[in-house]
Design a protein around this ligand. Structure first.
Ligand SMILES: CC(C)(COP(=O)(O)OP(=O)(O)OC[C@H]1O[C@@H](n2cnc3c(N)ncnc32)[C@H](O)[C@@H]1OP(=O)(O)O)[C@@H](O)C(=O)NCCC(=O)NCCS
Length: 143
């Protein structure tokens, strides 16, 4: 089931984050700050008490910006990422956002495919956004 993220989820989330993003991973403290920020909305996929994935967005005026989405490695390929993304889209729409955007690494083909299948449309790139030679692709979805 998908539910709102709570502080006690953070150690498990930080572990998934480290495994997924390595040197770019967010710290536990950063997630604590995110949960305290009223403009941020984070959700977890809770699989019988185990955190299998998470994702969140920032709601600013009438736009929602996906902050992150990740699934624990052994749980990938079973629709969890898609379910989390649909949850974020639905929640953003319910909160009054009219469009949703995100950045994704140009080489991250699984994530790009996930977003394009959900209807996100490529809108440009930011060169060297993550690091030298690691461009970001920008996507938008009208809600
Ligand atoms: C991207 C990610 C969240 C997808 O989660 P997942 O639970 O494995 O994805 P799902 O099983 O829900 O698959 C949904 C769609 O994603 C795409 N996808 C997922 N894994 C894929 C892969 N290995 N190769 C290509 N496309 C893939 C497909 O379009 C898939 O649709 P399909 O099942 O109809 O083919 C997951 O791979 C992940 O956590 N990656 C590391 C973190 C990350 O890169 N996050 C995105 C940052 S922008």
């Amino acid at each position: 089931m998908i539910r709102e993220m709570i502080a006690s989820d953070i150690p498990a989330i930080a572990a998934i984050e480290r495994e997924a993003f390595g040197a770019h991973a967010w710290s536990q403290n950063l997630f604590i700050g995110e949960l305290e920020d009223a403009s941020k909305h984070y959700y977890v996929f809770d699989k019988d008490g185990m955190i299998a994935g998470y994702g969140g967005f920032a709601h600013i005026l009438d736009e929602a910006h996906i902050m992150n989405i990740a699934v624990e490695r052994t749980c990938r390929g079973h629709g969890i990422g898609k379910a989390l993304l649909q949850e974020l889209i639905g929640r953003a729409k319910d909160a009054g956002a009219r469009a949703m955007t995100l950045e994704v690494r140009a080489q991250n083909f699984p994530a790009i495919s996930l977003y394009e299948k959900a209807g996100f449309v490529y809108a440009g790139s930011r060169k060297d956004y993550y690091a030298k030679g690691e461009d970001a692709l920008i996507y938008w979805l009208t809600l």
